[in-house]
Design a protein around this ligand. Structure first.
Ligand code: TZP
Ligand code: MG
Length: 227
């Protein structure tokens, strides 16, 4: 489906709330994280109005393009179209996947949040490019999450996917430098691993986001810092 071959290894989901950002500049924080090795960025902003979101998205897309990293937009297919970035990430309560695909066309990347085998199979059937599997651990960043599935829940989903054509997988929720290797090993089914980890606060709220991203990349065993 989506034409972009995305590296999901270290997937940064942004947050511009004061609790996470303090008084730092949002774009500088994200750019630092990208310099540290973040391989994919999702703009997640539940507060800004549509016009502002498009403005932020366009500016963020320029930064991402400079570092050859794809940008996806959380929730908003209309904003992704306006920004003309690489795709969207939709949850179970967002726009229907079939409609999102119809609006975005075959080339854009669509990721879908799933927390059960049934949701995963439905998303694959609907042509999702990747699955955001979680919530792995309870997190302050998203307190309204209904389903804390643990690494074991991720593994159960991966196991079901083994016999199906390849779909990319990323796990999310409460992942930090201390638990990331544990999450990955416990999430693995015998022959299938997640393709990446999605992180908000462990990078966005870190005092030095570039160094934090670099340490993640080292832990994940992936080539570090980008030009
Ligand atoms: N979806 C499930 S958990 C979550 C989202 C967007 C937030 C994850 O944030 P953090 O800070 O990495 O735990
Ligand atoms: Mg959503």
């Amino acid at each position: 489906m989506g034409q972009y071959d995305i590296d999901y290894t270290l997937y940064l989901v942004t947050d511009s709330t004061p609790e996470i950002l303090g008084n730092r500049d949002f774009f500088q924080v994200v750019e630092a994280a990208v310099k540290g090795g973040v391989s994919c960025v999702q703009l997640r902003d539940k507060k800004s109005d549509t016009g502002r979101l498009i403005e932020i998205g366009k500016r963020l897309h320029q930064i991402c393009q400079r570092h050859r990293v794809p940008l996806l937009i959380n929730d908003r297919v209309d904003v992704a179209l306006a920004v003309d970035c690489e795709g969207v990430h939709i949850g179970q309560d967002d726009m229907d996947l079939a409609l999102a695909r119809k609006l975005l066309g075959p080339d854009k990347v669509i990721g879908v949040s799933v927390s059960s085998v049934d949701q995963a199979l439905e998303a694959i059937d609907g042509g999702a490019d990747y699955l955001g599997i979680g919530t792995v651990y309870a997190t302050q960043t998203k307190t309204n999450t209904k389903n804390i599935i643990g690494p074991e829940g991720v593994r159960d989903i991966l196991q079901e996917l083994e016999s199906l054509p390849k779909v990319y997988t990323v796990c999310i929720g409460g992942i930090n430098e201390s638990n990331v290797l544990d999450v990955i090993s416990k999430s693995s089914s015998p022959s299938e691993h997640v393709d990446g980890v999605a992180v908000v606060s462990a990078i966005m709220a870190a005092p030095d986001p570039q160094a934090a991203a670099q340490r993640f990349i080292t832990l994940l065993g992936h080539p570090s810092a980008r030009p």
